[in-house]
Design a protein around this ligand. Structure first.
Ligand SMILES: Cc1cc2nc3c(=O)[nH]c(=O)nc-3n(C[C@H](O)[C@H](O)[C@H](O)COP(=O)(O)OP(=O)(O)OC[C@H]3O[C@@H](n4cnc5c(N)ncnc54)[C@H](O)[C@@H]3O)c2cc1C
Length: 140
């Protein structure tokens, strides 16, 4: 059995790490978990989506989970939010719908991105000053 590689976050960093892990180890069992609906997404395109130039949010994603799985043999779970990492037993726990799913890892990569900040300048808290990030969720 190959190494079990678990990647938390399927954005640019997570998807690149997953692809690299596959190139380095053809035998590895690679699982990528993302709490949102898309992987390998391009947040730099969000202004075009808001402006109506890009019509569908999924067009900002370079790969679908299915393509990623087929072309790279990487298991992708969307709508899978990791809420606990047990480093002693090398396990992560993800919430997938109403279920909690446990993933054992030999290698864990955390690629959960960053949070936007507002600048410490006058007017940063005025109405209409917003931050932007790519976290599209399924509505329950
Ligand atoms: C408007 C805008 C324009 C930009 N323009 C450019 C540009 O022109 N050039 C450039 O180089 N960069 C640009 N960037 C920055 C670039 O988009 C980011 O650097 C890049 O997306 C970071 O990728 P990442 O994978 O680290 O994080 P993210 O893209 O934030 O991905 C993190 C992923 O982790 C998932 N996640 C988080 N927590 C959990 C959890 N607990 N369980 C499971 N999944 C989780 C999230 O759902 C997300 O999919 C821009 C960003 C924005 C917002």
């Amino acid at each position: 059995m190959g190494k079990r590689v678990v990647i938390v976050g399927g954005g640019a960093a997570g998807a690149s790490a997953a692809a690299r892990a596959r190139r380095l180890d053809p035998e590895a069992e690679i699982v990528m978990l993302d709490k949102g609906l898309f992987i390998s997404h391009a947040p730099c395109g969000i202004p075009y989506y808001i402006g109506g130039v890009v019509k569908e949010a999924q067009d900002l994603a370079i790969y679908t989970p299915e393509e990623f799985a087929k072309e790279r043999r990487i298991t992708v779970k969307i709508n899978a939010e990791v809420f606990d990492v047990d480093t002693k037993n090398q396990v992560v726990y993800a919430r997938e719908g109403n279920e909690t799913v446990k993933y054992q890892w030999d290698v864990l990569i955390i690629a959960t991105g960053a949070k936007p900040i507002t600048l410490p300048v006058e007017g940063h808290d005025l109405n209409g000053i917003l931050t932007l990030s790519f976290h599209m969720r399924r509505q329950n």
